[in-house]
Design a protein around this ligand. Structure first.
Ligand SMILES: [Cu+2]
Length: 80
């Protein structure tokens, strides 16, 4: 499982970026399923999905990475 967390402080707010490898993504339907589940997590401000590199980048405030992994699982994909 590849998870990279970067934290930076912008004006006192904690901004985080999680980068997750989701090899099972193949098309726009996969992308929208992941966006729907991950987008429902509190603190998430934006999601980038790259179907070519199979990388999902989640930006937000006080992100719970276990919740993000669980949401991707809920969408039907493994993080690996
Ligand atoms: Cu698909």
């Amino acid at each position: 499982m590849t998870i990279v967390v970067e934290r930076s402080s912008v004006g006192g707010m904690s901004v985080e970026m999680l980068s997750l490898n989701v090899p099972g993504m193949t098309c726009g339907h996969c992308e929208s399923a992941i966006r729907k589940e991950v987008g429902a997590i509190s603190g998430v401000t934006s999601i980038d999905v790259n179907l070519e590199t199979k990388i999902v980048v989640v930006n937000g405030d006080n992100l719970d990475r276990e919740a993000v992994v669980a949401a991707i699982d809920e969408a039907g994909f493994d993080v690996g």
